[in-house]
Ligand binder design. Structure first.
Ligand code: URA
Length: 297
């Protein structure tokens, strides 16, 4: 029986550390060397001979973010009107937020990254040390794994001129006005925008204070599918305390957007056998996305 794997599947297996025997290769092929597709939207990715993309270079914090408050700054009220903000106002509100104690310890708030025309949205937990320093989500080891997992299904966080300028939803819905890069892009954000000290778990009051920001990001982005990665993303989006193991394999919903639940990449780095399950989750997400009406992808 021959094992027919396309580039995407081989790249994902490589991420999981699974070696695959390829007919004619004479030895177990190392899928780490397998090509990754350039974009999910292209059906021709199967023969693509591209290497896995390296994680994007850290990006300087956006210039319109104001300086963080001094370490002694006491928590204050959350900015009002979050539910009606546009992207720049929302980003500025997050940068200046002092609604919980985490503002005192942050280098900067980590808003989110990716094309604002992206169809896919990934929601993680909270910035870690590297993210706090660089102002971008998922740039540490877990971020590298996340990027490679996304690359295996043809997605990338595009950090380019379009990233910060595709803010207007009217331009996102016109079929012709959306380029492939935006479509194959993914927007990445966290439940918490500020780093919990010592990378401790988010506290319920912190999640509650930050929740309107994520809610507004979703409303502005209008993703076609979301990946909730890890316990805190799942609990926050789905308002449940059920364990991930019981929520996986089903399609949930947040603001009408299909949500697929999966493990957090940081957990996958420690629990290698779970990578196979994470791959199943990505495949489910891809299937759900591909079953959307063509004019909604
Ligand atoms: N883990 C997360 O959930 N988010 C990050 O940005 C980094 C690590």
């Amino acid at each position: 029986m021959s094992l027919q794997l396309d580039a995407r599947q081989r790249a994902m297996l490589a991420e999981m550390g699974v070696r695959v025997w390829l007919p004619g290769a004479g030895r177990a092929a190392d899928p780490a060397a397998a090509p990754a597709p350039a974009a999910a939207s292209s059906a021709s990715v199967q023969d693509a001979a591209l290497p896995l993309p390296s994680p994007p270079a850290p990006r300087a914090a956006p210039t319109h973010q104001s300086a963080p408050p001094p370490a002694s700054a006491a928590p204050g009220p959350r900015p009002e009107g979050v539910a009606a903000m546009d992207w720049p106002a929302l980003q500025a509100a997050v940068a200046n937020c002092r609604a919980c104690g985490l503002c005192a310890g942050r280098t900067q708030a980590v808003f989110g990254v990716g094309s604002r025309g992206a169809r896919w949205m990934v929601v993680g937990e909270a910035p870690g040390e590297t993210e706090d320093r660089l102002g971008q989500p998922f740039v540490g080891q877990a971020g590298k794994l996340l990027d490679n997992m996304l690359a295996a299904i043809g997605l990338a966080r595009h950090i380019d001129a379009t990233t910060e300028t595709i803010a207007d939803s009217a331009s996102q819905t016109s079929a012709g006005g959306q380029n492939d890069q935006q479509k194959s892009g993914v927007y990445i954000a966290n439940v918490l925008k500020c780093r919990p000290p010592g990378n401790r778990n988010p506290q319920p009051d912190e999640v509650a204070q930050c929740e309107p920001f994520l809610r507004r990001q979703v409303a502005l982005l209008k993703p076609r599918i979301m990946l909730a990665m890890g316990r805190f993303a799942v609990q926050s989006l789905l308002q449940t305390t059920e364990p991930i193991g019981r929520l996986r394999g089903r399609v949930h919903s947040y603001q009408g957007v299909p949500v697929i639940v999966t493990y957090h990449p940081a957990y996958l780095l420690r629990a290698l056998p779970e990578k196979a399950r994470a791959w199943q989750d990505l495949c489910l997400a891809l299937k759900v996305f591909e079953q959307l009406p063509p004019d909604n992808r």
